[in-house]
Write a protein that binds this ligand. Structure first.
Ligand SMILES: [Zn+2]
Length: 547
């Protein structure tokens, strides 16, 4: 038996063996202790499993010893005896311990690992980089280098918090995505192999057979028969942990929709996309009965599907862990009423960081309506015409197209035009990249160096583009004023209580500005009912907002 070193026993962290010991030894040892990480202990896991509680979906996985299969907490399969189950903090950990994914509850459909706080932020960043790159170029060493740490330390962090190695987490994601493509699309297997990043059909076949004990074709035979989709269209269900306030997410996207590129209408959000010269669009709607968003993607070349879906997942903030966020924010009287009356607000991300930053520059000091009109003109003048679906007419202009564009001719002021050209050049030259960002502070500094981007605008861009749950627009005076705070340092100080979920606090403040101000004053009328005619009151700040 290897020697096991115990790390932070108090919080039930995974115990890591010496460098040479196998992961399996560490995992088996962990069996006999608490289940591990993320504030989950076996009692909580057990209750969530027996209640099939969807709020825990993706937060842990259940390995059944008698069948050697692992399941989601919501699995409808017959409930096993407690002594026959083991809990894992990630699907990769269950896989490393020798369990196979359940074909019934489909672990590949569970929401992703929740974002974490504090020192564990490194893991969130690592997971984000894996989503963006698939761990393809350079592997673990390069990932560790980007994060500014040794590969060994990164491996230890992954083992401790996810119970699995970095490469096994990346491999499990690929495999799960391949399984989704097999089940949910009619793509030929050869294309799935590449779309899921396997590099060769042979490796894809071997991986699927090894894990599922079936061929890809046999798995497709088991999947529900699907109606024929138009060519190049793919339909996905992306699950979330409830609650998810899709209505308000949609309203947020509607306020800042880029004309011709994005449309929020009725229950749908849709936008045109371009990835590696590959053009298409996607459309999102809610499937409340399944705790999922329905995503329809149309793209010429399915090879980019994995990255497209990962980007959409981030944009829609599907991995948020609501109960944990609500516990922290709900403790603040200024937010508590809204947390309980409107649970499940998410931080709206973005598809294209460059587009978001361009909009943020234009949104400074002018109303959203005026900014939208300018953005619309810019899209028509410098974007590529492209009409794949209703309401979509263009792709957003590339940095190359804007770097030397005569933006003054379409009505931008000289400082606005100069700022956008400056940003476009910085992105074109690689000084600023919205992808593979490991250090968000350094990124914020670089973005702020572009002349014409104010501090508050830069902070909102970082918050939405990098998806850091603790990012916070402390320089946003309008938000500070909601809490009657006069300076950004006072606002920064006030925000400490919301850590590590300050981005969510910002979204609540933004959404409920008027009402929060009313709640803060004892003489003010208490939370009024909002009728449909008051829909615009949801965005009382849109005339001054910089987003
Ligand atoms: Zn299952």
């Amino acid at each position: 038996m290897e020697k096991i070193r115990i790390l932070r026993v108090g919080d039930g962290a995974y115990n890591l063996g010496p460098k040479t010991s196998s992961n399996r030894a560490a995992i088996h040892y962990a069996y006999r202790r608490k289940t591990g990480t993320m504030n989950l202990d076996s009692g909580v896991c057990s209750r969530a499993r027996l209640a099939r509680d969807a709020r825990f979906d993706g937060k842990f996985f259940i390995g059944v010893l008698t069948t050697k299969i692992y399941c989601r907490p919501i699995c409808r399969a017959r409930t096993s005896k407690e002594s026959n189950v083991r809990y894992f903090p990630s699907a990769a950990a269950a896989a490393e311990a020798g369990f196979r994914p359940c074909l019934r509850c489909r672990p590949e459909c569970s929401p992703g690992t929740p974002a974490w706080a504090g020192t564990q932020n490194t893991i969130s960043r690592a997971l984000r980089l894996i989503s963006e790159t698939g761990l393809e170029d350079g592997g673990v060493d390069s990932l560790a280098e980007q994060l500014g740490m040794g590969a060994r330390h990164l491996r230890r962090l992954f083992l401790r918090h996810l119970g699995a190695t970095t490469s096994s987490v990346a491999q499990t994601r690929r495999l799960h995505f391949a399984k989704k493509l097999i089940d949910e699309t009619t793509l030929p297997m050869t294309q799935i192999a590449f779309a899921a990043g396997f590099g060769s059909v042979r490796r894809f076949n071997a991986a699927i057979r090894n894990v599922y004990h079936r061929t890809p074709t046999q798995i497709r035979g088991l999947a529900q028969k699907m109606f024929r989709q138009p060519e190049n269209q793919y339909l996905f269900q992306l699950n979330f942990r409830p609650p998810y306030d899709w209505k308000r997410m949609l309203e947020f996207f509607a306020v800042y929709a880029t004309p011709g590129v994005e449309v929020a209408e009725g229950e749908y959000f849709r936008r045109s996309i371009s990835l590696n010269e590959n053009r298409g669009y996607f459309e999102v709607s809610l499937d409340a009965s399944r705790n999922a968003l329905r995503i329809q993607v149309q793209i010429g070349e399915p090879r980019s599907l994995f990255f497209i879906i990962e980007r959409i997942r981030a944009m829609l903030d599907l991995d948020a862990d609501w109960p944990t966020i609500a516990r922290t924010l709900g403790a603040d009287p200024a937010l508590a009423a809204h947390i309980s009356s409107h649970p499940g607000l998410r931080v709206p991300g973005c598809w294209n960081g460059f587009e978001l930053a361009t909009r943020a520059i234009l949104g400074q000091r002018i109303g959203t309506e005026r900014a939208n009109a300018l953005v619309g003109r810019m899209v028509r003048a410098f974007g590529q015409p492209f009409s794949p679906a209703n309401g979509l007419t263009h792709l957003f202009p590339t940095p190359e197209a804007l770097a030397n564009a005569g933006l003054e001719s379409i009505g931008l002021t000289r400082p606005q035009a100069a700022a956008i050209r400056g940003l476009a050049r910085a992105v074109r030259n690689g000084f600023i990249s919205f992808e593979r960002v490991a250090d968000s502070d350094a990124f914020l500094t670089r973005l702020s160096e572009v002349p014409g981007i104010g501090e508050s605008a830069a902070q909102w861009v970082v918050m939405r583009a990098l998806r850091e749950p603790d990012a916070f627009p402390s320089a946003d005076r309008d938000l500070a004023r909601v809490l009657a705070l006069g300076s950004s340092s006072a606002f920064e100080q006030r925000s400490q209580a919301w850590r590590p979920w300050r981005a969510y606090a910002a979204i609540y403040l933004w959404t409920f500005t008027g009402e929060i101000r009313a709640c803060g004053s004892p003489s003010a009328p208490s939370a009024r009912k909002k009728g449909p005619e008051e829909k615009n009151a949801l965005h009382p700040r849109v005339q001054v907002a910089v987003r």
